[in-house]
Design a protein around this ligand. Structure first.
Ligand code: HH2
Length: 280
């Protein structure tokens, strides 16, 4: 764990290694599980299952950010996520809201969500910083090159690790200037967001270098397309083994939070990893 980062704010931090954030996509078109959790009742049931399996944070999103996805209306996004947020908060779960819109952040925080997870690192909506500062909410700042509709067309970097790190540092500076506490921020390299397979591999190989001092580090590699590309072209439903390999690699590199779809399986992998490395 990094000095200064308070993982307890994000729901964990009592033992060594990362905590798990379970993904609930209340969307009809997510890349990995599109449509399976599209009704509120099914999404709520899924969130409950992920919590029972060991997710300390339940991340609820209503807009797919898969490559090529088209943005949806803010009211539609609220209609998808807010009933799910309310129900899971009502159960006592720690909920994060995965959105790039300040209005959705505000509405979800008002219903008891505690964390904001933004794939634009609070830069996609001019009101986001103000909303997060007003609620004093912990926030996850992710790197993305471009926009989901075009980001995989031709990702380009001179030095992907240096550029992602510089972006994350600059966003932390902007957040602190807006009144946010760096100990309540978590940075994320944004695996698959405007990146080729080579870019994703370079970022995962150098995770420790991407950490911004005093902030947490989150990695979301679960079921992402680089796993299929590096293996035999498996589709999202057949990427669990690769996702576990990526999760253990991120744990070894010191990630604080892993954003995963397969909570029970990742938890078991981490338990064995912890036992074998003698860390409790
Ligand atoms: N990945 C996705 C969505 N949100 N947030 C963070 N912080 N980090 C990530 O890597 C990340 C994220 C994409 O995965 P998923 O939610 O399963 O798909 P979709 O965006 O299509 O709903």
């Amino acid at each position: 764990m990094s000095a200064g980062f308070a993982p307890a704010l994000f729901g964990g931090g009592t033992g060594p290694g990362p905590i798990l954030m379970g993904v609930v996509n209340a969307t009809p078109d997510s890349f990995s599980d599109g449509g399976r959790y599209a009704t509120a009742a099914i999404a709520i049931e899924h969130g409950r299952r992920l919590a029972a399996e060991g997710a300390q944070i339940i991340d609820i999103g209503g807009e797919s950010t898969r490559p090529g996805a088209t943005p949806i209306d803010v009211h539609e996004e609220c209609a998808r996520v807010l009933p799910v947020v309310e129900a899971l908060v009502g159960d006592g779960h720690l909920v994060s809201i995965d959105t790039r819109r300040a209005h959705v952040m505000d509405a979800a925080l008002a219903r008891g969500a505690r964390i904001v997870n933004d794939v634009t690192a609070l830069s996609g909506d001019p009101d986001s910083l103000r909303v997060v500062a007003r609620w004093n909410a912990p926030a996850i700042l992710m790197h993305m090159q471009g926009d989901p509709s075009t980001m995989q067309a031709a990702p380009r970097y001179d030095d992907v690790v240096a550029e992602v790190r510089a972006f994350l540092e600059a966003r932390v500076v902007a957040c602190v200037a807006a009144g946010l506490d760096p100990a309540r921020l978590c940075v994320d390299p944004g695996i698959g967001f405007g990146k080729t397979v080579g870019h994703n591999v370079a970022l995962l190989r150098t995770l420790a270098a991407l950490r911004v001092p005093g902030c947490g580090l989150l990695v979301g590699a679960s079921r992402k397309s680089f796993i299929g590309h590096l293996s035999r072209g498996e589709d999202t439903s057949r990427r669990l083994p690769g996702s576990l390999a990526a999760a253990l690699h991120a744990a070894e590199a010191g990630a604080d939070i892993l954003r995963v779809h397969d909570v029970a399986e990742t938890r078991q992998a981490l338990e064995i990893w912890r036992a074998l490395r003698g860390a409790g």
